[in-house]
Write a protein that binds this ligand. Structure first.
Ligand SMILES: Nc1ccn([C@H]2C[C@H](O)[C@@H](COP(=O)(O)O)O2)c(=O)n1
Length: 309
């Protein structure tokens, strides 16, 4: 796996910012191009999975071997890990990682206009919940509207759709969210602000866009007021560096790019198949399964041996 990083002049993102909101721009579903124009953020995401020559040396093919090495407590693994750490100086910041995760989650959304992703993280940097805007479970068929209708609420997506933040909170399986951070690819609306506050989350990091037409919406102002009053630390996200991950298969590359400069953010996802690596993983799983099976059979035989009269 190879990760390429480009440095960027971005500033620190520790400042606490006021209410703002954003609009992810036009989406071209067919060529998988999501143009998030007018974005302030500067994130370029590209992940390379390019075989054994990859930088980390951990590929689908080598996964099993590595696991076996670890199980054997093989000292060569220690050496490998050491050199791996020495090489790996360009690791990404927590902020970049979690906001990128939120952006990735957004890619699951079927909303044709705005795809939103959220990622909840504990104070010790563990991801404990993710979500994206989607229809409620089992309401995802085509009979639900994906557009707006100001005259008929029943024909308006907003009546049904669950926001990314709500899903992220609900997807945490009752783990306490006290003092957690939520990363959202859009400024939380008033309903989500209430959910965030009530869940115990104490920090909000959102992606801020230029010239968005939501900035002055009253409900976002309400979020701001509630966050301020409830002592929720809410700040906009500024990437520390341009990050490029590229998904590559042995056959054709699949690219996910969140590509931003001063004026625009782009997410480019090419539609080439990932069948080969998926198959590799399935092969690995089945070989692990068969190994486990034979191990179980072995234990069973041992058991029978030990306890047979
Ligand atoms: N903080 C937010 C704000 C909005 N969403 C979702 C709700 C809708 O699916 C979409 C907005 O649609 P638009 O008004 O742009 O047609 O974004 C969310 O999940 N979280």
């Amino acid at each position: 796996m190879k990760r390429s990083l480009q440095s960027n002049n971005s500033t620190t993102n520790e400042e606490n910012e006021g209410a703002s909101c954003s609009k992810i721009g036009s989406t071209h579903i067919n060529n998988h191009l999501l143009d998030t124009s007018n974005a302030d953020c500067n994130l370029n995401l590209q992940i390379n999975f390019d075989g054994p020559e990859a930088q980390t040396g951990l590929t689908n093919e080598t996964t099993l071997e590595l696991v076996n090495d670890i199980m054997d407590n093989n000292s060569s693994t220690e050496t490998e890990t050491k050199s791996l750490n020495e090489n790996q100086k360009d690791y990404i910041s927590w902020d970049d990682l979690f906001m990128a995760t939120a952006f990735l989650m957004a890619k699951r959304s079927r909303d044709p206009v705005t795809q939103v992703g959220a990622c909840i993280v504990s104070s010790d940097h563990k991801i404990i919940g993710t979500g994206y805007n989607e229809m409620p479970t089992r309401c995802c068929d085509d009979s639900f509207p994906l557009g707006k209708d100001k005259f008929n609420k029943l024909n308006d997506k907003r009546t049904y759709i669950c926001h990314a933040e709500l899903n992220a909170v609900l997807n945490t399986n009752s783990i306490s969210l006290q003092n957690c951070i939520i990363y959202v690819s859009l400024y939380p609306c008033n309903e989500c602000a209430k959910i965030i506050i009530q869940s115990g989350i104490k920090n909000v990091v959102y992606c801020k866009y230029k010239n968005n037409n939501r900035r002055h919406k009253n409900e976002n102002m309400a979020s701001h007021i509630m966050f301020m009053t409830s002592n929720i630390n809410c700040r906009s996200y500024t990437p520390k560096q341009n990050i490029t991950f590229e998904f590559k298969t042995t056959r054709e590359p699949e690219k996910l790019q969140i590509n931003a400069d001063e004026s625009e953010t782009q997410i480019v996802l090419t539609n080439e198949t990932t069948l080969e690596p998926v198959n590799d993983i399935m092969d690995n799983i089945s070989s692990i399964e068969s190994e486990t099976k034979s191990l179980n059979e072995y234990s069973y035989n041992l058991y029978n041996l030990n306890y047979s009269p």
